[in-house]
Design a protein around this ligand. Structure first.
Ligand code: GLN
Length: 485
């Protein structure tokens, strides 16, 4: 068990081998030492150390949970009371959240120590981390490459062993793609499983909070805590989430895993070896593989890039320079206030989404674009329903390539959109999906993706856990310098 995992830290705390204060000081020191990664937008040493002292007291009182005293961090799209919460946008550069997101409140209630807020693509729009208004995050495995996005800081902070776990959000792949690029396990739960209360909205019918960590065990620990019904979110699913041990304990031998061959043929050659090995590894665990196809999956990217911008255009209309967010200097009149506040506050990708989304929702285009995209969404949903009549879970690549170079796709938005072609289908269908490390190619991590029917997070966590007990990809770490090993 690597000492930088949540499980190892929890065990060390329980055994009295370390303290929350010591772990927190270490996490803060590592975050400072790795400033060049630009993984954090804000560090909060005073609050973190106060929370750590409280956690040590709680442990002495005998009321500690597995997370009490563990240093963690959340994507800066989750509101945390009193802290800057920016969504990596100039629009919210000076905004402090007046309350905690439900996921954050649950972490705090369990005694976790939140050391800061993590960088992301502005309003979670992007797949490289380069769309942050506060500069790109670097990949700890190779600092010339992107960590993926939009949960860029969430992935880099774990991969650099600063904190053992983080929260991210996934609207079209933003937990799984960075997890894959950084050698981590990342779970996007079923839509509605993790409350969206206090999560700054991007595309509300797709947004889902989740966790990143080295192992399925650690992800299960975080998910079991943050998941479950929340009356404050009207789209929150009913029911609670099982504890981590139960989530990880589903028998995997005898399960049938569907493998859409066309997806595997579409990835870069460098990923094909590790993905083929992963299939064999699942077979060695007693899992049956079944070839199948997912019709309409190829239409997921175009449908998503109508639906997500359409929802974004309405969600982001609240940033008008009046109630909150950036306000321009000396507006001449109301229209000037709107135009300049929004023009100055939003970055280019966010503007692009607002424009395409508004267009797709306009009278005369609504049927051709928005309604048509909803139909495609339904077809994708149905093709998964059909697939899950024949198989228990699905195995897919997470990404078409390994982490690409900073700048490589910056001027080509469409190329960046294509990054998510294997992850978007799960969002459109609301399914739980997880990325896990399945190997390396030229020193860079390769991710594989597991999908299950709605509410079956336990099945994919158990499959990933079984895989990790038989492999050691999740135990590899970047070298200190961040050069390729
Ligand atoms: N890369 C996708 C986008 O830019 C997904 C982002 C996300 O999941 N938040 O929209």
């Amino acid at each position: 068990m690597s000492p930088d995992t949540l499980k190892a830290m929890s065990a060390a705390l329980a055994a009295g081998e370390t303290t929350a204060v010591a772990l927190t000081e270490q996490a803060l020191a590592k975050a400072e030492a790795a400033r060049d990664l630009n993984a954090f937008l804000h560090l909060n040493p005073e609050n973190a150390l106060a929370a750590a002292r409280a956690a040590d007291t709680r442990r002495k009182a005998g009321t500690a949970t597995a997370l009490t005293g563990i240093p963690l961090a959340v994507k800066d799209i989750f509101c945390s009371e009193g802290d800057p919460t920016t969504a990596a946008s100039k629009m919210l550069a000076n905004w402090r959240a007046p309350y905690d997101a439900t996921a954050v409140a649950r972490l705090k209630a369990a005694g976790a120590v939140l050391i800061g807020k993590l960088n992301l693509d502005e309003f979670a729009m992007g797949a490289s981390g380069e769309n942050s208004a506060f500069g790109p995050t670097l990949n700890p495995w190779d600092r010339t490459r992107v960590p993926g996005g939009s949960s860029s800081g969430s992935a880099a902070a774990v991969a650099a062993s600063i904190v053992p776990g983080t929260l991210g959000t996934d609207t079209g792949g933003s937990i799984r793609q960075p997890a894959a690029f950084c050698g981590l396990t990342g779970l996007k739960p079923t839509y509605g499983r993790v409350s969206r209360w206090g999560m700054i909205a991007f595309a509300s019918s797709l947004d889902q909070g989740g966790a990143l960590a080295w192992t399925a065990e650690d992800v299960a620990e975080l998910f079991s805590l943050i998941g479950g019904h929340d009356p404050k979110d009207s789209t929150s699913a009913q029911g609670t989430v099982a504890d981590a041990a139960t989530l990880l304990a589903e028998p995997v031998a005898g399960l049938t895993l569907g493998v859409p061959e066309s997806f595997f043929e579409a990835v870069d050659g460098a990923l094909q070896g590790p993905l083929a090995d992963a299939k064999r590894q699942f077979q060695a665990l007693g899992v049956r593989l079944k070839a199948l196809e997912l019709p309409f999956a190829g239409d997921a990217v175009p449908a998503y890039y109508v639906l997500a911008p359409a929802e974004a255009s309405t969600n982001l209309s609240r940033y008008d320079g009046v109630r909150f967010g950036h306000r321009c200097e000396n507006p001449a009149d109301l229209n000037d206030l709107y135009r300049r506040s929004r023009g100055e506050g939003f970055g280019p990708e966010v503007k692009r989404r607002i424009l395409t989304g508004t267009y797709a929702l306009s009278v005369g285009y609504y049927d051709a674009y928005y309604r048509q995209a909803q139909r495609v969404r339904r077809c994708i949903f149905d093709s998964f329903t059909t697939a899950f009549q024949a198989v228990d879970a699905l195995f897919l690549p997470t990404t078409p390539t390994t982490a690409f170079r900073l700048g490589e796709k910056r001027d080509d938005p469409i190329a960046l959109y294509e990054e998510d072609r294997f992850t978007i289908p799960a969002n459109l269908a609301g399914l739980p999906a997880l990325s896990l490390p399945v190997g390396f190619s030229q020193g860079l991590p390769v991710g594989g993706q597991l999908l299950a029917p709605h509410f079956r997070e336990g099945r994919i966590l158990s499959l990933a856990h079984a895989f990790q007990q038989a492999t050691d990809y999740h135990q590899q770490r970047p070298s200190e310098q961040g050069a390729t090993p």
